[in-house]
Ligand binder design. Structure first.
Ligand code: ADP
Ligand code: ASP
Ligand code: MG
Length: 421
């Protein structure tokens, strides 16, 4: 008898018909004799609605910390509703089922309300409940913080709830059911040529998630990699008795043929800030990035270039669109100390990345990217690389087109690819 964690995202539980469809998939695994914990998201659109209500309630905003604690109390309710509804439906099918909230498990987090990290899972009660034949329906996205209050795990956090629980109970599998039937070579919404990948390494999936592919929350992949949890991405829209193969996320060593480029991943949620004419002397960059770090603003893709004026430099970086306003405010406040001349910002940018473990041993991947974009007249504003990815920052209006031409250029349009080493 295996222990299994199954997770269903917002679209998969969008209404009662969908929740009934999900119950049939859960039933399949329970009837096969497995111990099953199910993690559910809020119904599609519900978290956005709750976030909107918090915004309305918070004008003018009280202190950030206080707001985040109550924000968590509000937005965590979406998952509680779904867990209760699925438990009722399972009970009506004749199963012993109950809902579990984060604090009841307990799934313990740090105090970073709104984007908390899981620190420990008290798995005993839940583990013995499922081994005793109960279907545990866990509200995803939430845990309990050291302050005794509900904490949420950041948007998309139900993936992380599922993987953390799977790691804690030593689950044989963690199956993430969503509205696509696996991980694709690029977001299937952007091109009909996107193709499902059978197996992808933790490392590639981690890059994909952190570079903007929405399909799994980054932290869930980190946990899966650290605790070696075999994760599958599957569709909740397949018939319960004929599930598709989905995508297995596994160790690189378990993939015999390595991809040179596995995926093309766009991120539309980017913005740039350019700081003009910073005095070119030690300590100025530190001043800038210390101030941004103190305000908890994540930055990426930093470029320093010399200014037209001798003795000065321009520094630009990218950040998430949602942090742009705060980044500009923080820097404007620091202007007298840092001593730059002007600030510019641009929301109309996107990052497009190509990712693949085979890049480690293959030359020419970057050249193909730059040549392809140049041939299509797409200007590159910024470049960053790691061992297994190359990212470029381009005009947002060109990003979807860039995804399609790069997808073709790396042979991903053709059946049988991703290209293998
Ligand atoms: P859920 O609500 O189930 O958590 P998400 O919306 O968070 O689902 O993630 C699934 C979505 O991720 C898909 O609908 C798809 O548009 C998007 N996506 C982005 N990149 C990819 C990719 N490379 N492969 C599969 N899906 C992707
Ligand atoms: N409901 C939360 C969100 O929309 C968590 C999740 O779905 O994973 O972000
Ligand atoms: Mg999601």
């Amino acid at each position: 008898m295996a222990r299994i964690v199954m997770k269903f995202g917002g679209t998969s539980v969008a209404n009662m018909d969908r929740i009934r469809a999900v119950s049939a998939i859960v039933k399949r695994e329970v009837d096969a004799g497995h111990s099953v914990a199910v993690v559910v998201s809020a119904m599609a659109g519900e978290t956005n609605r709750l976030v909107g209500l918090c915004r309305e309630a918070g004008e003018p905003a009280p202190s950030l910390d206080a707001r985040d604690v109550e924000y968590d109390a509000v937005v965590a309710s979406g998952e509680q509703v779904t867990s209760g509804l699925l438990a009722i439906v399972m009970q009506n099918l004749g199963y012993r089922a109950r809902s579990w909230h984060g604090w009841q498990i307990a799934l313990r987090t740090d105090n970073a309300h709104g984007k908390a990290r899981i620190e420990a899972v008290d798995e005993e009660a839940l583990g013995s409940a499922i081994d005793g034949g109960e279907v545990a329906v866990v509200a995803g996205f939430q845990g309990i913080a050291p302050d005794g209050r509900i904490a949420t795990l950041g948007r998309g956090g139900s993936d992380t709830s599922a993987v953390a629980l799977a790691a804690a109970i030593g689950a044989d599998r963690c199956d993430i059911y969503t509205d696509v039937d696996g991980v694709y070579t690029t977001d299937p919404r952007l091109t009909k040529h996107a193709r499902r990948i059978d197996k992808i390494s933790f490392e590639e999936m981690l890059e994909m998630a952190s570079l903007g592919a929405k399909v799994l929350q980054t932290r869930s992949v980190e946990l899966a990699m650290a605790y070696k949890v075999p994760v599958r991405v599957l569709s909740s829209f397949d018939p319960p008795d004929a599930p598709g193969p989905g995508t297995l996320i596994c160790d690189e060593d378990d993939i015999v043929e390595k991809n040179i480029v596995t995926t093309v991943t766009p991120d539309f949620d980017e913005a740039t800030v350019t700081i003009l004419a910073v005095p070119d002397e030690p300590g100025r960059a530190a001043g800038i990035f210390d101030a941004l770090a103190a305000a908890n603003i994540n930055i990426d893709m930093i470029v320093q270039s010399s200014s037209r004026e001798a003795g000065f430099a321009n520094i630009s970086f990218t950040t998430k669109e949602i942090d742009l306003e705060r980044a500009v405010d923080v820097l404007a406040e620091q202007q007298p100390t840092i001593g730059f001349k002007a600030l510019q910002s641009d929301r109309n940018v996107a990052k497009v990345s190509v990712i693949g473990v085979g890049m480690k041993s293959h030359a020419g991947v970057a050249a193909t990217m730059f040549r392809t974009l140049a041939e299509k007249g797409i200007n590159i504003q910024n470049i960053s690389t790691s061992e297994i990815k190359i990212s470029v920052l381009i005009n947002a209006d060109a990003a979807e087109y860039a995804v399609r031409v790069l997808h073709e250029a790396y042979g991903l349009d053709e059946p049988g690819n991703p290209a293998r080493t």
